[in-house]
Design a protein around this ligand. Structure first.
Ligand code: SF4
Ligand code: SF4
Length: 205
């Protein structure tokens, strides 16, 4: 008789609410702080946020970031600082998407998109270069041939997604605590833990 009980469970589930999707054609929306493929961000004026400080490389537990900084050319600076990221590479054969690089970055230069479906057939493709990581002139992640982007996976890639962003503390609720960025301006503050928290522009006081 137990077997008929099992059939009964199967039969009931056939008419119940589906919890699966037709992946990969249909994908569920990703959480705001999903850890995916990185991007290197730029300011509104197009300047690069990376200053080549190497803090991200120093903190990376997988030792998969290689950065080499260089002095900014006085007549044609790449970043607002003294130096910029001359070489920037991430080896995705080693990255564990822990986001410690994002946490360590003082300028919100390195953040993560929601893309996790990318596969490569060569080591060369697995090591992303600065040109591949740097957002385009619209401020969006570059879509590489071996990546499967769907929907809004390149949305909300900027610094505010940092898990320890000041807005995560009650004292900073509703305050904008990140810099403007190319293509998106200043991202609005998160609503944080308390519902209805008043949104305040930190620069305006
Ligand atoms: S997410 Fe973690 S493992 Fe990947 S590059 Fe950043 S610090 Fe390294
Ligand atoms: S991404 Fe950030 S932490 Fe890494 S070198 Fe550039 S400025 Fe420094």
């Amino acid at each position: 008789m137990a077997r008929w009980g099992g059939f009964g469970v199967t039969f009931r589930q056939m008419f119940g609410r589906r919890v699966t999707t037709e992946y990969p054609e249909e994908k569920r929306p990703k959480p705001a702080r999903f850890h995916g493929r990185h991007v290197l961000n730029r300011y509104e004026d197009g300047m690069e946020k990376c200053i080549g400080c190497e803090l991200c490389a120093g903190v990376c537990p997988a030792r998969c970031i290689y950065v080499r900084g260089a002095d900014n050319p006085p007549d044609d600076p790449v970043s607002p600082g003294e130096r910029y990221g001359f070489i920037y590479e991430i080896n995705y054969l080693r990255c564990i998407h822990c986001d410690l690089c994002v946490e360590a970055c003082p300028t919100e230069a390195i953040t993560e998109s929601k893309l996790f479906e990318f596969s490569f057939t060569s080591r060369r493709d697995a090591i992303y270069t600065k040109d591949e990581l740097l957002v385009d002139d619209e401020g969006r992640a570059r879509r590489l041939p071996w990546e499967h982007w769907v929907g809004n996976e390149d949305e909300w890639t900027s610094g505010w997604v940092r898990a320890t962003a000041p807005s995560g503390r009650a004292a900073y609720e509703g305050q904008v605590a990140w810099s403007p960025e190319l293509g998106f301006g200043t991202r609005p503050a998160e609503t944080c833990q308390s519902e209805g928290a008043e949104v305040v522009d930190a620069e305006a006081g």
